[in-house]
Design a protein. Structure first.
Lengths: 230, 230
DNA sequence: ATTCCGTATTGATATATATCAATACGAAAA
DNA sequence: TTTTCGTATTGATATATATCAATACGGAAT
């Protein structure tokens, strides 16, 4: 992590959808109160338990969002990409992060003072509503993930995870797997060995093509079928 | 359900904490746009998939909030009490309920037009912020429940559920169990038979005293211990 | 009081899944 | 090139938990 690099990053101004609800003047304030930092793979962007003093936007790269639970076990919540606000639900509750975020690839991140965003939220009701929408959408996502973890079996959950990676993260059925088997397990709620075995089954059934760091979904229909209660 | 009973219900004006952020005038608007309905145990207050046209506040009684998942299985999210806003995360996303709510006891509920609340949210930034806090707090709760379902074993989850019922729902270690074993299972993520067996163990270990509809937590320390990774 | 029906309880069994242990592989370092 | 080390893979086994089946219980209806 290189905190010396502190500069304006014009290129990520309008990344978060909700920033479009700000006026020129308000956006200016945001620009004056942000700074950029770079991270290498594996480096922690912020840590569970630390104060939510800044909101984070990735301008480049991907990061994993995860909770450090009991017994040193981790639960991965999802993968953060550019255009998203990363600021946990603790922001409006206890001003503490309730999960950690770590870079998966090279990452450029913009930090924006949370006080500034909160103040803008109070001034601009469109912005407030957008933020409500953002939080709601994420809560809903967590909800459904919770449901599938509770009710689906491993095959279904792993299929779901692959679909998530293809559709939501990479936007393609042919992508480079940036997660280790361990991490895939943390994301789909199973042991790494189970990930390996099921991935192998999917390969044998010609549902996916798993060439080391590259994953290609061959039979999406079947994968979707498995994900719905496989 | 008796929809003919439509009257102002003065007694529940200030129940939801966030309503305190409204002015007299704004509160007046809320009062003009609400109506009261009564429900009997088992009756559905609103159903998953239906439009979020109204926010609901209970002025009396308790209700279960649950998701109807795959394969007719249910997942109970929690128990709603008076003083709380019941309006799922769909409100700001797709204007659909993502869970159902059904009365567990006799219930009196106030329905308030969602459009009215949303408009007030746009006018009054304190109210908007309060709503953000409310949603965040709930999201955080879901988060931790998710974590414990993923990482704890049955004993820990059931202990946690009992603590939830005592502390959050009834405010006493001595309460009447309003949930069936089936429902207890839906709330703690296990089969009803498992609930029965573990409850019996807790009784044998003198952690609880289970006299049919009444539950008394005798050894809270031990129950807490079990809940933390039992 | 007797019947009836849903829920609770109990025991036996099946199944999903984690854990443990051993080995293989592949990239970085020497 | 060889060594080293973390990750991946595979197989064997243990364990948690669900499911199935039978019975018991308690309140509502007759």
């Amino acid at each position: 992590m290189d905190r010396t690099k502190k500069e304006l990053c014009e290129e990520c101004d309008l990344e978060w959808e909700n920033l479009k609800n700000l006026t020129e003047k308000e956006l200016e304030i945001v620009n004056l109160n942000k700074f950029k930092t770079d991270f290498k793979p594996g480096e922690i962007i912020f840590k569970q338990g630390s104060p939510t003093s800044n909101a984070v936007f990735l301008s480049n790269g991907m990061a994993k969002i995860y909770i450090e639970g009991f017994d040193n076990k981790r639960m991965m919540v999802g993968i953060a990409k550019p255009k998203q606000l990363i600021a946990g639900p603790g922001t409006f509750v206890d001003e503490r992060h309730h999960y950690s975020v770590a870079a998966l690839t090279d990452v450029s991140a913009c930090f924006v003072k949370m006080d500034v965003l909160k103040e803008l939220m109070r001034q601009n009701s469109k912005f407030a509503e957008g933020w409500l929408q953002d939080i709601s959408r994420k809560a809903l996502g967590t909800f459904y993930k919770f449901l599938s973890h509770t009710q689906k079996k491993m095959h279904g959950r792993l299929a779901e995870t692959l679909i998530y990676l293809a559709d939501e993260v990479h936007g393609s059925d042919n992508f480079t797997m940036i997660l280790s088997r361990q991490e895939l397990g943390e994301l789909s709620g199973m042991a790494k060995e189970s990930v390996v075995r099921i991935l192998k089954e999917f390969s044998e059934d010609s549902i996916i093509d798993d060439k080391c760091p590259n994953i290609k979904i061959i039979n999406k229909e079947k994968l979707i079928m498995v994900s719905k209660m496989g």
